[in-house]
Ligand binder design. Sequence first.
Ligand SMILES: [Zn+2]
Length: 316
Amino acid sequence: MKKVTNPNYLQHTLNQPIHFIGRGLHTGKHVSMSLHPAAADTGYVFRRTDLAPPYNVVPARWMTVTETRMSTTVGNNHGVSITTVEHLIAALFACGVDNCQIDIDGPEAPIMDGSAKPFVDQIVATGLQQQEKPRMALVMKEALWVNDGNAKAGIVPFPEPWMDMTIDFQSRAIGRQNIAMQLNQENFSECISAARTFGFAEHVETMKTLGLAQGGSMRNAVVVENDMVANPEGLRFDNEFVRHKVVDAVGDLALLGVNIVGCFVGHCSGHRLNNQLLRTLMYKEDKWALTTLEDAIVNWDSIMEDDKRQGWQSEF
Ligand SMILES: [Zn+2]
């Protein structure tokens, strides 16, 4: 393999550990969480410091997702789990942190202000260190879709990582919103990371009965009540809701463990469908090619051409 020189194509980890304290959105538990540098090819690995080793380790990957109701939970075979990982993972991925060990003394990542921005700000302030191994990428050669009623999620061939998200809520406070953008650190930091999670006042009682949203408040979520935004400070963006759905999708898709060179298209998709898309993708090997991120971006045309030639040959 030839030596990669462009830092965008190499793996990175954090320069220094970063510490966060906060409360879980769903469990309401106060937690202390530290992000640590990790070796190349580690990916994102949680370690529950309130539990004894060796069963307290949980890699955050598409196949370790155990629950997708209201948030994304990862767990291991010993019943150890961490919930609401998606905003943290989105921030790590979008800021270019490929490898990170996450120590946490409770069952849920802190919700902070409901967005990915507090994580992004600290990661950017701390800085990254370059590692020797190349970043890998899955190049989408043919579209793949999964759906659930009106909700739909897919990845279609595109020469760089893109997101195209649409939501459609009956509530007049939200309605139909769409955002399409290149997925890179600058766009994520400036346009996406500050968008907060949201919920409906009429669902709060049911969620609390189900043990969810125990730590939820207008300090860490946008609350929609009677077709109005109840938060006195209002919204951070006119279309904050769809922007937050991009945070969620970036975090959910980062659990693939490699970059995706293609356009993610989500229509009312959430954590469950996002994870189902990755699980389906893994069984459809004819729809993608795995290569280095550099090869995927620089030689995208020829990767797609190779596929067409193969298709042409198989017809005759
Ligand atoms: Zn979210």
